[in-house]
Design a protein. Structure first.
Length: 118
């Protein structure tokens, strides 16, 4: 029963944070008519790594457009980074460099492992 308390407390804290985040709202007056929307968010997310490096050295380069169109810009930015940009890279490479064979000695529980370099 004592193990359930920390999990229940973490769940309650997560629910409280989610309820607080649900109150966030962008004022309609903060969005300009020509503010970047979904497509610009998609583009800005895709070029995020380059923009981030450039923003370290140039004051007029930013990684996020402010003001922007709100939720659709954010959704495009998210897709640009994680679907089409850096997050979409599949760099997990598995190399198989050895083969392990096992055989059991008859009449005992002994296992002999033989390793071969491939």
């Amino acid at each position: 029963m004592t193990r359930a308390r920390p999990a229940l407390a973490a769940l309650a804290a997560l629910a409280a944070l989610a309820a607080l985040a649900a109150c966030a709202n962008q004022a309609p007056s903060a969005v300009e008519p020509g503010a970047p929307g979904f497509l610009f968010g998609l583009w800005h997310g895709f070029i995020f790594p380059v923009a981030w490096v450039l923003s370290l050295f140039m004051d007029d380069v930013a990684i996020y457009a402010v003001p922007n169109g709100g939720g659709w810009y954010d959704f495009g930015y998210f897709l640009g980074i994680f679907v089409f940009g850096v997050g979409a890279r599949k760099t997990h490479v598995v190399y198989r460099d050895r083969v392990v064979r096992e055989r059991v000695v008859e009449g005992s529980h002994r296992v002999i492992r033989e390793e071969d370099e491939a």
